[in-house]
Design a protein around this ligand. Structure first.
Ligand SMILES: [Ca+2]
Length: 359
C-alpha cells in the first residue's frame, strides 16, 4: 500500500495521465496501479510538461478514495465524463476559509440588534429604491405572473447581494467540494449540492472551474444554490437562457418563481410587530417555537388581548432588538421567505427592507 501511495502521490501529471489512460482507477476502491504505458507516458510528460503547474501538496482530492468513488458514481449516474471530472478535481484544494465561514454564519451568532443594521441601512434602502425604479416594468410583470410583491423581490436581491454588487468570490466547485468532503456535519447536503452543481454546470454550458459564488456555493444576484438554480431559475427575458449572473429580468423572475413555488400567498401579510406589555410578556414568550413553521392559533394571541386575523396559524418570535425585546408575529408568507434562508432574522430583514423600499 505504502509503495502504491508513493506512486499515486508522485506528481500531478503522473496522476492525471494514469487517470486518463486507466479508467479502472475510478472503478475500484484500491489504490490505482499505473499501467506500464501510463507510467512511460508520465515519464515523457515530465520532460515536456506543458500542463499548468499545480502544487501537489495543495491538491489532494484525487488522492482520496471517497473522492474517486464519488467521481465514479456521479459520472455514471448523471452521464458526466469521469476524465473531465478528474481534471476538475485536480485543480482544487480544501479551503480553510470556507470551513471557518460555515461554522459561524451571521444568522446563528448575531442578535437581531446586531443583524438588522447590516441589511437595513440607508445605502441599501436608497439603492433598492433606485433598483425598483429602474426595473419597475419587469418587477410588475413578475408580480402579475407570480403574485409576489415587487418590494419583496427587490428586498431579497438587496439582502442577498446588494442588488448584484456582492456575488461571492469563492470558486463554487472548490467551496462546495470542501464542504462535501471536509465538513462532516453537512457532508450529505453538500455532496448532493456538488452533484447538482456539476449537472447544472454541464447543462448550462458553464466553465465549471471558473464559476464563482458564496462560501456555500450560492450564485448570482439572488444567490441560488445549485439545486435551486436547477429547479427554480427561469428565463424571464426570453432569450433562451437562464442567467442569474447577468440578466436582471431572469433574476427577478426567478426570485418570484421561487417564492411562488414555496407557497407565497398573494395579498396576505408577511409579519406584524406586537406591542407587548410587561404583564403579557411571559405568556407571549411561551408561544415561541423553535420551528419557523406557523403553528400557533391566532386565538391564543387574541386571548391575551391582541388582534391577529387572516390566518389559521402563525409563528411568534421574541427577538433581542436595539431597544430590548421585540415580539413579532409571522404569517405563512414569512415562513415562505425563510425557505430562501432558514432564519427568522433573515426573513425579518427582508420584510423590513421591503417595507422601506415602498415608503
Ligand atoms: Ca434569459
Amino acid at each position: 500500500m505504502g509503495y502504491r501511495k508513493v506512486i499515486w502521490a508522485l506528481s500531478l501529471p503522473v496522476i492525471l495521465v494514469a487517470f486518463l489512460l486507466s479508467t479502472c482507477s475510478l472503478n475500484s476502491r484500491e489504490e490505482p496501479e499505473p499501467e506500464p504505458e501510463a507510467a512511460a507516458a508520465a515519464e515523457t510528460q515530465k520532460e515536456t510538461d506543458t500542463t499548468p503547474q499545480i502544487k501537489l501538496s495543495e491538491s489532494m482530492y484525487l488522492n482520496r478514495d471517497e473522492v474517486r468513488d464519488y467521481i465514479n458514481e456521479v459520472s455514471k449516474e448523471h452521464q458526466l465524463d469521469p476524465n473531465k471530472l478528474a481534471v476538475l478535481f485536480a485543480q482544487i484544494k480544501s479551503q480553510q476559509s470556507v470551513l471557518d465561514a460555515v461554522s459561524r454564519p451571521a444568522e446563528k451568532v448575531l442578535t437581531w440588534a446586531q443583524y438588522r443594521p447590516i441589511f437595513i441601512s440607508q445605502k441599501r434602502i436608497d439603492a433598492g429604491r433606485e433598483f425598483m425604479r429602474e426595473h419597475a416594468t419587469t418587477l410588475a410583470r413578475a408580480e402579475q405572473e407570480f403574485g409576489v410583491p415587487a418590494n419583496i423581490i427587490a428586498a431579497i436581491i438587496g439582502v442577498e447581494t446588494f442588488y448584484g454588487q456582492v456575488m461571492g468570490k469563492h470558486r463554487v466547485l472548490e467551496s462546495v467540494a470542501t464542504l462535501a468532503f471536509d465538513y462532516p456535519p453537512r457532508a450529505k447536503f453538500f455532496k448532493s449540492e456538488l452533484t447538482e452543481f456539476l449537472v447544472l454546470s454541464q447543462s448550462e454550458k458553464w466553465d465549471t472551474a471558473a464559476v464563482k459564488g458564496s462560501y456555500a456555493g450560492a450564485m448570482g444576484w439572488p444567490q441560488f444554490i445549485s439545486s435551486s438554480y436547477r429547479h427554480y431559475a427561469i428565463d424571464f427575458d426570453n432569450d433562451g437562457q437562464r442567467d442569474l449572473f447577468n440578466s436582471v429580468p431572469d433574476v427577478i423572475g426567478s426570485v418570484a418563481n421561487y417564492l411562488n413555488e414555496h407557497g407565497w400567498e398573494t395579498d396576505n401579510p408577511v409579519a406584524v410587530s406586537l406591542s407587548v406589555s410587561e404583564k403579557q410578556r411571559a405568556a407571549v414568550n411561551a408561544l415561541q417555537r423553535k420551528s419557523l413553521k406557523p403553528a400557533i392559533s391566532p386565538a391564543k394571541l387574541n386571548e391575551l388581548g391582541f388582534k391577529i386575523e387572516g390566518a389559521n396559524r402563525v409563528s411568534v418570535m421574541n427577538l433581542q432588538g436595539k431597544s430590548g425585546e421585540e415580539a413579532w408575529v409571522g404569517y405563512k408568507n414569512f415562513y415562505v421567505i425563510t425557505r430562501y434562508n432558514h432564519s427568522a432574522l433573515y426573513a425579518l430583514a427582508v420584510f423590513q427592507l421591503g417595507e422601506l423600499l415602498t415608503n
